[in-house]
Write a protein of this length. Sequence first.
Length: 314
Amino acid sequence: MQKLSMLAGNVFSGVPLDRVDHLRTDTAWIEARLNDPASRFVPVWNQQSIVFDGAEPRAALNDRQSIAELLDSNAPLAFLGVTPDDGGIAHFAVDFSHLPEETLTARYTGGALMDLRDSVQLVPAHEASILAYARGLMYWHRKNGFCAACGHKSETRRAGHERVCTNPACGAVHFPRTDSAVIVLVHDGDDCLLCRQSHWPTGMHSTLAGFLEPGESLEEAVAREIFEESGVQVADVRYHSSQPWPFPASIMVGFMAKANSREINVDDKELEYAHWYGRDWLRNVVDSDDFRMPGKYSIARRLIGDWIDGNFQV
Ligand SMILES: [Zn+2]
């Protein structure tokens, strides 16, 4: 496994597990890990995780015995990986979405079902990345019970990292998919372009973003999305970093781009408005119902912060 410190990145990346792809097809090894008292199970319920709040909030990572009464053939499982440096403790995601909410809350006394956007602000970063991984993989299984090619049922393979169509005449193999989105800090001198969408939390402003389309490079998607949404033309598009974004199945590819024009012409189907904001104003602004930054865990916040502080050569 590569040293995680070399790959330090945004929140939700840096899963502290070796994914050991070559062991996913070793069914005897996987079965042994499933029954290993040391193995840990990450419960997912309708894309939410269980968090125990308190002085040191932690995510629920259970041994098998403690959730044995909840495990049955209706609970999809996927192998996540093994810890790299303490004997290789296997981690699995398990989806309990078929169970009533009361069953979960009764089992996890003192814990609360929580969306990842909330739990990421409580639990340690390494646990947030495991929750993101588990949530993303379990969402894919829930949405892909039937073959997209022929409509027959599909079933899990490779310890939960593939699904195969059960129709012998088809046999299509399906893989977990990740939808690419670009997210962009557009700058012009000491100003940057931020926007607001009407459905966002009160006062929240952020960078512009959009999905990559077929037949398009990431840089082209940056230029197209910025122009479509704001009317601003950009050049000198520079890659910054990326962030797994399992809401529900994306990766945010972050860029900084130099504006070639200033006039804003908003697509009001996409945005409530967009404005240029000065570096010094942003540096000193205090969150309020009129203006607040994106969550500190988000790549949007990092793009804005790195631009304000001059941490990224633009
Ligand atoms: Zn099929």
